[in-house]
Design a protein around this ligand. Structure first.
Ligand code: LLP
Length: 433
């Protein structure tokens, strides 16, 4: 087992994912390639669904935040596992529609929905809009009135939590492009406008405090602030908020230095805050929605590359260059995100070499990691970067005109192509001149 039980080695010393030999997968599908263990995604969906129901009640629903990994197949998996989804753009909505995802279980997010987005989402019958601000409330209301419909909405609220210091602070997240803050009074103002607006039904509130968070405390704190706000709305407006969406953000183990998170335990701890407050204050328990992205899909993924040049710069670093890089995984370049890498064809050997993993773009920041523990590598080796299921394919680009890798789903000992590799033909297909 390497980090997770679905990553292991076989008798040849090769890395396996979901029991399949990654060296053979690289031969069959080429590199770079994203490999995903479908059972891991399904199992994570089940853990969230069961824990949400046990902790919050039978009507609790986790949504898959599909910005983490978006293609038609992943929406089919989410639908089959009984989850809802969070979409943030016309493109995600269109992909979900093509996958046949039930529209009533779609929550449409985003801080700046265009008029076209709003119209497209209403054409699709999207169940719930998460309205970010007063301009958007007016636009959604007007379009719904024009169509003679009542659109179910949540309002995005900023509880003022800094998840990395665990303190409720009044700046940080309040100064955000997302939502309306409670402390500035803007949240109460948009609530009142939403209650009074035509064409919309205010069903609930939403908050999202951040991503890759390991502590449960900031979530519990956010839940506490939100449920108190719901009580305040009841008092001040005589209006019952029936749904509370607590967003996503629970962290994922990328390296052996990261802790493991028990998601079910975290959900129970957050639920204790909400249920306790409702009981003590005579508030009806709202329907609770969760919105995990990363924690459903990240661990399922591994990216396979072929090693090209290996450079040892005397007195400086060792560089291992691979046939991908920031176009397929921009997370180190953007956030210095840490990963676990290994040589897939010698995966059982100790990682007793240190190297910087470089991509193939003409850009010195095109790195997948620096000073990483890995096996010594040579040209032609298969290099694996683990835990790439979230925010890799969905953030991939064609920088340097590199075609995007395929997404291969592994399940029960079989592999299938979920997204085919881009071709050079695909790259010029949109060019008109
Ligand atoms: N709900 C909302 C409203 C969100 O904005 C997000 C993530 C999620 C749910 C899901 O959060 P998760 O469970 O995945 O942490 N590109 C960055 C992550 C950006 C997250 C944006 N919002 C990265 O690669 O780390």
């Amino acid at each position: 087992m390497i980090l997770y039980k679905h990553f292991d080695t076989n008798e040849k010393g090769h890395l396996t994912v979901g029991g399949l030999d990654t060296v053979e997968l690289a031969q069959e599908y080429g590199t770079p390639a994203y490999i995903l263990d479908e059972n891991v995604i399904r199992e994570n969906c089940r853990v969230y669904k069961q824990a949400a129901i046990d902790a919050f009640g039978a009507d609790a629903l986790p949504l898959y935040a599909s910005k983490a990994l978006c293609f038609t197949g992943v929406y089919r998996i989410a639908a089959e596992e009984g989850l809802g989804i969070d979409c943030v753009s016309g493109g995600e909505l269109y992909t979900a529609k093509r996958a046949g995802f039930p529209a009533e279980r779609i929550y449409f997010h985003g801080n700046n929905k265009t008029d076209r987005d709003i119209a497209d989402a209403m054409d699709m019958g999207v169940g719930t809009f998460v309205v970010d601000n007063e301009d958007e409330l007016a636009a959604v209301s007007a379009e719904a009135v024009r169509r003679g419909i009542t659109q179910r909405i949540l309002l995005r609220i900023t509880p003022g939590i800094d998840p990395h210091t665990h303190r409720a602070i009044m700046t940080g997240n309040v100064d955000s492009k997302f939502g309306s803050a409670i402390v500035t009074g803007q949240a109460m103002r948009i609530v009142k406008k939403a209650i009074a607006a035509d064409g919309v039904k205010l069903a609930g509130l939403h908050c999202h405090i951040g991503s890759q968070i390991f502590d449960v405390e900031p979530f519990a704190e956010a839940a506490d602030i939100m449920i108190r706000f719901i009580a305040e709305i009841k008092k001040e407006c005589a209006y019952e908020i029936r749904e509370l969406n607590l967003g996503g953000g629970l962290g994922v183990r990328y390296t052996e230095y990261d802790r493991e998170i028990d998601y079910a335990d975290a959900i129970h701890k957050i639920a204790a805050v909400v249920t306790g407050f409702c009981r003590d204050n005579g508030i009806a328990m709202p329907r609770v929605i969760l919105e995990p992205g990363r924690s459903l899909v990240a661990a399922a993924g591994v990216t396979l590359y072929t090693v090209g040049s290996v450079k040892e710069i005397t007195g400086f670093k060792n560089y291992i260059s691979v046939d991908g890089g920031m176009p397929d995984n921009p997370r180190y370049a953007l956030y210095q995100s840490q990963y676990t890498a290994l040589i897939a064809n010698r995966a059982a050997a100790p990682r007793d070499y240190r190297a910087t993993l470089a991509g193939r773009c003409c850009e010195s920041g095109d790195l997948l990691g620096e000073d990483m523990e890995i096996q010594k590598a040579k040209r032609g080796d298969i290099l694996a970067v683990l835990v790439t299921g979230a925010y890799n394919y969905s953030m991939a680009s064609n920088y340097n005109r590199l075609p995007r890798p395929p997404v291969i789903l592994v399940k029960d000992g079989k592999a299938r192509v979920a997204v085919r590799r881009e071709t050079y033909e695909d790259l010029v297909a949109l060019d008109q001149f």
